[in-house]
Design a protein around this ligand. Structure first.
Ligand code: 7TS
Length: 412
């Protein structure tokens, strides 16, 4: 198990006082906090070897290039890919989805084709496909979810057919916390010749994820949700697919040879990384991956499972609370969306913030799911490696206060 007290010492922001109370950060699904070693890595790069990569032979450039390319290897190991050449650096998950939708998608989706999604998708793994479908006169198809927010695999089986070209599915819902049986969905999709794009933004930071076990075709995630800096996303794709995929952007760094009237493009993955990339933050992302590897992703998952078990028990003690998503920790991650009866989630967020507790409120970029649930939004608490049961207790106490204060206001 994780030594959480030790882990917490690595995160300077956890010493902050907010509204007169020690910060309780329960918004890691939006972005995680960063350990000192990741913060130091950025300063170290700019103070010691800042230079552009993939050009020239001076020592600083070679050091920066080696560090940047070394992170590709680390990502490859982290997700159990077979080759670092299958790893593309983007700005975030959103850019990774857009890259695939606008290149692979445009190449393969024709009028009448179908793209299968789950109703749990974040706007980032929905609107790019929706836009592609409109452009090509293709059809978006949604599978079913059960009452407690699990993906109904039988409906996936029923809906996938020979017109299904792409299945775009999240591995973990950022609203309900549901862990989706993606490996099973991949088997079904592949039997019909469809490719599977997996949004791993809420999964890769929290569980051991192996692209070999999933057997997916693409996987996207964001380093800022897994202890790394903002500005770095990962797109992993199967080599044989990437080889055939055109780039989205053209310019420096992505070419092999250029003439006045033509170009031979660089190899995969550099073909997809036009222009000077986010060198410092990619290198710091490698430090974040090392940090998580040292903790052990099995331990990270075990810690969050334990917290989730505790949270489920504590939440259930609050009168009038509606908790969304699966009720068993095996099926869910440490992301808890809830509403207090008769209280607007924004008011809940404001009251708990007065106690120094950071949660997210709103639609969480999942408006279609909110419409399905017939609500305008939820309050959401999300956990990570530094989260403790005491912090959950503080949230529960603040929610009780919110219920009483706002209940009182409602009575007047
Ligand atoms: N997919 C999922 C499942 C997400 O949760 C998010 C961000 C994204 C994609 C987009 O990631 P980005 O790095 O490109 O922005 N989710 C959230 C959230 O739940 N609260 O703030 C951001």
């Amino acid at each position: 198990m994780l030594d959480v007290a030790r882990v917490r010492k690595d995160f300077p922001i956890l010493d902050r006082i907010v509204n007169g109370r020690p910060l309780v950060y329960l918004d890691s699904a939006a972005t995680s906090q960063k350990p000192q070693c990741v913060i130091d890595s950025i300063t170290d790069y700019y103070s010691r070897y800042n230079s552009n990569i993939h050009r020239g032979i001076h020592s600083l450039g070679e050091e920066a290039t080696a560090a940047y390319e070394g992170v590709r290897e680390k990502v490859c190991n982290f997700i159990k890919a077979t080759s670092a050449r299958e790893v593309i650096f983007t700005r975030n998950t959103t850019e990774a989805v857009n890259l695939v939708a606008s290149t692979y998608g445009r190449q393969h989706i024709l009028a009448g084709d179908e793209i299968l999604l789950t109703p749990l998708e974040h706007h980032s793994n929905l609107i790019p496909w929706q836009t592609l479908a409109k452009e090509r006169d293709a059809k978006l198809v949604y599978c079913d979810v059960t009452e407690d927010g699990k993906v109904d695999v039988e409906s996936v089986k029923r809906l996938i057919n020979s017109r299904t070209r792409i299945v775009a599915v999240t591995l973990t819902s950022n609203v309900l916390g549901t862990i989706v049986p993606v490996a099973e969905i991949c088997t079904i999709a592949h039997a019909s010749g469809a490719v599977v794009f997996v949004d791993g933004a809420q999964a890769v930071p929290h569980l051991p994820v192996s692209v070999q076990d999933l057997q997916c075709d693409f996987l996207a995630f964001s380093m800022h949700k897994m202890l790394g800096p903002t500005g770095v996303g990962i797109l992993w794709g199967k080599a044989e697919i990437l080889e055939e995929m055109p780039p989205q952007m053209y310019g420096g760094n992505m070419i092999n040879s250029v003439w006045r009237d033509r170009v031979i493009l660089n190899q995969v993955p550099w073909r997809f990384e036009a222009g000077t990339p986010n060198i410092a933050d990619v290198i710091a992302s490698g430090v974040a991956l090392d940090y998580l590897q040292a903790l052990g992703m099995n331990n990270v998952r075990a810690h969050e499972k334990q917290l989730s078990q505790y949270a489920l028990a504590q939440f259930s003690k609050i009168p009038g609370i509606k908790l969304y998503g699966p009720s068993t920790v095996e099926d869910r991650a440490g992301v808890f969306s809830f509403n207090l009866s008769g209280v607007h989630p924004h008011d809940v967020g404001q009251i708990v913030n007065e106690e120094g507790i950071a949660i997210r409120v709103g639609h969480h970029c999942c408006q279609p799911l909110m419409r399905d649930l017939d609500i305008s939004g939820t309050a959401r608490a999300s956990f990570y490696v530094y989260t403790t049961e005491e912090e959950i207790d503080l949230l529960i106490g603040a929610l009780d206060k919110a219920r009483k204060v706002l209940g009182h206001v409602a009575c007047r």
